[in-house]
Every structure is written in structure tokens, then in C-alpha cells.
Design a protein around this ligand. Structure first.
Ligand code: HEM
Length: 213
């Protein structure tokens, strides 16, 4: 393996590990555990919230598991149809998960700060996937690539959140709700900054020669 390919290892590892994480809500009795421990009985019994929550985590997991593969140049060069097929699954998964994510964001633990943090993230996640998809429909390959980098940086929020949250508790010993409010913003804004840095580095490179859809 070439040295320049090394970042793929943690990238793929986290995408797969966190992408599979929603399965715990199906396989383990989460009653009183994880996110559910901080929720009121009324909310947990609310069918709309419950359904939105499961839609969000299921399609969020699919987005996380599929999205990272799309950045492989080899996949795009050799198996363009596979790139297109996985891409469509990813776009649909993000659209569904972001709408459900926006709804459950309205009930986020931590009040207005987290509601706004996760709510804005959901809107940005939805907006960037629309831009990414419409740009490829218009055959604007470079714009498509850039919007997908931004979008997946937001999908990767699921990873950063689950790194920062345990760190804030186990290492920094910050009160959970305070940490949650801050992390609802911190989990995605730096990701977007990194995305912009990657985009400006890639500016020099020509867009991939993708055949028209
Ligand atoms: C990037 C846009 C995303 C937004 C806006 C978002 C929003 C949210 C919100 C608001 C909650 C509930 C928080 C609360 O009630 O306190 C939540 C929980 C959750 N989300 Fe997302 N999410 C996003 C991405 C993802 C992705 C990609 C996955 C896939 C792994 C995911 C999986 C989960 C899981 C499993 C939970 C339950 C909490 C836990 O056990 O850690 N989310 N999300």
C-alpha cells in the first residue's frame, strides 16, 4: 500500500464502525440506555418521534456505510456504474435521514443550543446533497465533487460527535448537557472547514472525466 493511501484506513474504519452503530438500537434493548436515557417517557412513546428516530439512524447508517467508497478514484475510473448506483443510494439515504434528523433535532437534549446546532446541521446536510446531485445532473463534475466533499464531511459528523462526546466525559469531565450543547456545533463546523481545505487543495487537479449519465 502506498503511503498516500494510509489515511484511507482510519477513514474507512470509522465510516464502517459508526455506520454499523445504529444496529445496536435494533439488536440491544436500549431501554434507559444511550440517548434514550435522557428522554422523557412521553417523547419515547411518541410514535412520530420514534419513527423519525429509527428512520434517521437507519438511513444515516446507510449513508455513512456507502458514502466513503465514492471518494475512491479507482472505483470511479474502473466501475463508473457502481459509483452511480451507490451514489443514488447515498443521495436517497441522506435526503431521508436529514429530514428525519431535522425533526428529531427539535427535541434534542440540551434545549435551544442543541436544537439549533443539530437543526442547522440537518439543513446543511440536506442543502449540500441537493447541490451535489443537481450539479451532476447538469454534468458539472467539479462542483459535484466539491459538494459531495462538503456533504460527506457533514455525514462524518456522526463520527466526530461520537469521538468528542466520550472525550468530553472521560477526559475533560465536562457536565454532559454543557458538552452536548457545545458538541452539537463543534461536531460539524470544523468538518466543513476541513472540507473547504480539501476542496482548495484539489482545485489544481482537473475534474474526473466522467462519462455523461
Ligand atoms: C449529519 C447530519 C445528522 C444530523 C443533523 C443528526 C441529528 C441527530 C439528532 C438531532 C439526534 C438526536 C439527538 C437528541 O435527541 O439529543 C441524533 C441521534 C442519532 N444519530 Fe444522528 N444526525 C446526523 C447524522 C447521523 C448519521 C450519518 C448517523 C449514522 C451513523 C446518525 C446516527 C444517529 C444515532 C445512532 C443517534 C442516536 C444517538 C446515539 O445513540 O448516539 N446520525 N442525530
Amino acid at each position: 500500500m502506498k503511503l498516500k493511501n494510509l489515511p484511507w484506513i482510519p477513514f474507512a474504519f470509522f465510516a464502517i464502525a459508526i455506520g454499523l452503530y445504529p444496529l445496536t438500537y435494533y439488536l440491544v434493548d436500549m431501554h434507559g440506555k444511550g440517548l434514550f436515557s435522557g428522554k422523557t417517557k412521553e417523547l419515547l412513546e411518541n410514535v412520530v418521534w420514534h419513527t423519525a428516530f429509527y428512520i434517521h439512524i437507519t438511513f444515516g447508517g446507510i449513508a455513512m456505510l456507502t458514502g466513503w467508497t465514492q471518494f475512491s478514484k479507482r472505483l470511479r475510473d474502473r466501475y463508473l456504474n457502481t459509483h452511480r448506483m451507490i451514489g443514488k443510494i447515498y443521495v436517497i439515504a441522506v435526503m431521508i435521514s436529514s429530514v428525519a434528523g431535522f425533526y428529531i433535532a427539535l427535541f434534542a437534549s440540551g434545549g435551544i443550543a442543541s436544537v439549533l446546532g443539530f437543526g442547522t446541521l440537518a439543513l446543511a446536510w440536506f442543502f449540500t446533497i441537493i447541490k451535489a446531485y443537481t450539479s451532476i445532473l447538469k454534468k458539472q463534475i467539479k462542483q459535484h465533487e466539491n459538494w459531495m466533499i462538503r456533504n460527506y464531511a457533514l455525514t462524518f459528523t456522526a463520527v466526530t460527535l461520537r469521538v468528542y462526546l466520550p472525550f468530553s466525559q472521560a477526559v475533560m469531565h465536562i457536565d454532559f448537557i454543557t458538552a452536548y450543547r457545545v458538541i452539537s456545533w463543534l461536531c460539524w463546523i470544523p468538518n466543513l472547514i476541513v472540507a473547504e481545505m480539501i476542496i482548495s487543495r484539489l482545485k489544481q487537479k482537473p475534474a474526473y472525466a466522467i462519462k455523461p449519465v
